[in-house]
Design a protein around this ligand. Structure first.
Ligand code: GCB
Length: 604
């Protein structure tokens, strides 16, 4: 008998993502800390290849005290014991936790034991995972409570009936393996860190609770939003939204689906959020039995002709691309608030920036909240990167679901102005259909923000073009250009290159860059690649070339910090790192940093 213990059947075809993605709640138990783990290279804990007893002796999710079983008279026999396993800090990627796991790519089981306070009558409990890379199989006290696919988006599972007062056993199988049907696919130019990379929280709610709440400023000067209740008493309930600093208290009643809508005039005292003055307001959404708090800014964003308009005024995006990787010699994909602020402060204060491209996947909520507070406009991207299985509807659905989870999580962040539906995907009909469908989903779920994608350029002699039908679906053009680094152009050739753009939409140079090893110098008249001098000269020439494009409205060169990439194996200069950072992995600034900072200091 070939028994698949856990066939990979993930959530249904439903873009309404799980619950509780937004806002801050009162009754939350943080499950961060030391989790034990057990490696499962052959996935024996998930599959019983031929019906042998291997199944029970290797299934890590079982709710068993193995030491006690072994102490009993008899022949107890197990080949794991998560209660006595090694431990690592969660959240955090395993690649950085243990040298032997640096390039581990596969399944690892994690366990966290915890107690809970006695539940009040009718109370419900949910586990909220902020990110597990890439697939998660979740068990509570031996019972499967859910699965999730997608390494950068949150998911929530109800565990009300699975919990007990003491000694809860939460076991999560984490499979980092990417494949032809995953998003992203198997090959990326970054480290596909595996693990429970963002916090896990146990949330307790009343029987009927606020599942989702949103509010935003419209071009017509209205504050519009909604509250969604979940539970048996969701219909016909009074709810309100309150902003004390603005004297706002708006009431509404939920409809048969538990949803209530708000639409009130924004008072004249409202200070709009801008990068220069990132005003946030304490907002409280309340129902009869529940309340959530948030800190939110209000602004508008639009495109008119070649202009990007922030609060109705043209804005030039002065930024840089960043990966979600903390500063340090052994970074983990885990971002504390201070790690996020350290990266963003380099953009804001160091580079004189007002913008970040959070590439190539949704970054943690911590990063978005830090951008809201520090005053940096944000581009958020879905990891449809290079190539995925364009013709497979199940893969498109995965992309849409990741996009929906990100939108519901982040739509209350004023900093976030643009959704990118992909990066450097080669032009072809099936690929364009895929992206167009994804863009349509974004428009439907969040019509208030701009849509873009980082496209590839086409070279015709000395002319650079964008020949991409996807442009018709985008508000803002964005291109990655590496003339002078990849390819045959010399730096002095860049002055000759002409840009022939197909539309007058605003253009963002979403990437350009060159590698340099921090501290590696070449003071000659024609510095060689890998030196700080070459990188600085490349920046000067590229910035001069881009400045000649009339509809250029933004820059996010590649990249703020050197980042881990297993494809980069030059033994002198790379050793597993992409060296296009303006700072080294530990934060040492290279010469090009000052070139860009100086460029951003000049008036637009
Ligand atoms: C790109 C990719 C980015 C790479 C970069 C590079 O175009 O979008 O993910 O890391 O080039 O360094 O080659």
């Amino acid at each position: 008998l070939l028994a698949l213990v856990a066939a990979p059947a993930f959530a249904a075809d439903n873009l309404r993502p799980p619950l509780l993605l937004t806002g801050q709640r009162a009754d939350v138990q943080d499950l961060s800390g030391r989790w034990t783990y057990s490696k499962d290279y052959y996935r024996t804990g998930l599959t019983d290849i031929n019906g042998w007893v291997a199944k029970s002796r290797m299934q890590r999710h079982r709710d068993l005290d193995i030491a006690a079983e072994e102490a009993k008279p008899g022949t107890a026999f197990f080949e794991f014991d998560l209660d006595r396993g090694p431990a690592m800090q969660i959240p955090g990627a395993w690649n950085s936790a243990e040298p032997e796991l640096r390039y581990y790519n596969g399944l690892i089981w994690f366990q966290r034991r915890f107690d809970i306070p006695a539940p009040k009558a009718g109370e419900r409990s949910f586990l909220r995972f902020e990110a597990v890379n890439y697939r998660a199989y979740v068990y509570v006290n031996g019972k499967e409570v859910g699965r999730h696919e997608g390494g950068f988006t949150p998911f929530v599972l109800e565990v009300t009936d699975a919990l007990r007062a003491q000694g809860n056993r939460l076991v999560v199988g984490v499979d980092s393996k990417h494949d032809a049907q995953s998003i992203p696919g198997e090959i990326t130019d970054w480290d596909l860190y595996g693990g429970i990379t963002r916090p896990v929280k146990l949330i307790r709610t009343p029987a009927t609770f606020i599942d989702d709440a949103t509010l935003r400023l419209t071009d017509a000067g209205r504050l519009v939003g909604s509250v969604q209740l979940n539970g048996a008493q969701a219909a016909g309930q009074p709810v309100n939204v309150q902003i004390n600093a603005l004297g706002i208290k708006a009431q509404a009643t939920t409809d048969a689906n538990g949803e209530a809508r708000f639409d009130v005039a924004a008072p004249a005292t409202l200070k709009r959020w801008t990068p220069e003055a990132p005003q946030l307001y304490a907002v409280r959404f309340a129902s009869g039995t529940d309340a959530i708090d948030d800190r939110m800014g209000f602004r508008t964003i639009a495109v008119k002709g070649s202009e990007i308009l922030l609060n109705g005024k043209p804005v030039m995006l002065r930024g840089v691309s960043i990966h979600e990787e903390e500063l340090g010699a052994n970074p983990a994909r885990r971002l504390t608030d201070s790690a996020a602020r350290a990266l963003l402060s380099e953009v804001k204060q160091g580079l004189n920036g007002n913008y970040v491209r959070l590439s190539h996947y949704p970054h943690s909520e911590t990063m978005l909240r830090a951008a809201d507070e520090l005053g940096l406009l944000v581009w958020s991207e879905i990891p449809v990167y290079w190539t995925v299985d364009w013709d497979n509807p199940a893969v498109l659905l995965k992309a849409k679901r990741q996009q929906a989870e990100t939108i519901y999580r982040d739509r209350n962040r004023a900093a976030l102005v643009m959704w990118s539906v992909g990066n450097e995907t080669p032009v072809a009909d099936n690929r364009t259909r895929f992206h167009a469908a994804l863009a349509a989903t974004v428009r439907e779920l969040d019509p208030s923000r701009l849509i873009s994608a980082a496209l590839l350029v086409k070279r015709d002699g000395d002319t650079i073009q964008i020949a991409d039908p996807l442009l018709a679906h985008l508000d803002v053009m964005a291109v990655n250009t590496y003339a002078g680094w990849y390819g045959d152009d010399k730096l002095e050739d860049l002055a000759r290159l002409k840009w022939a753009l197909p539309t007058d939409k605003p253009l963002i140079a979403s990437e350009f860059g060159a590698d340099a090893l921090a501290g590696h110098h070449d003071g000659s008249a024609a510095p060689k690649k890998w030196s700080e001098e070459f990188q600085a000269a490349y920046y000067r020439e590229t910035l001069a070339m881009l400045a000649r494009i009339p509809n250029l409205r933004g820059l996010s060169p590649w990249v703020l910090k050197d980042f881990r990439s297993p494809r980069r194996e030059h033994p002198v200069f790379q050793n597993g790192w992409n060296r296009k950072g303006l700072v080294s992995e530990t934060g040492q600034r290279k010469q090009a940093f000052d070139v860009l900072a100086e460029h951003y200091r000049r008036p637009n």
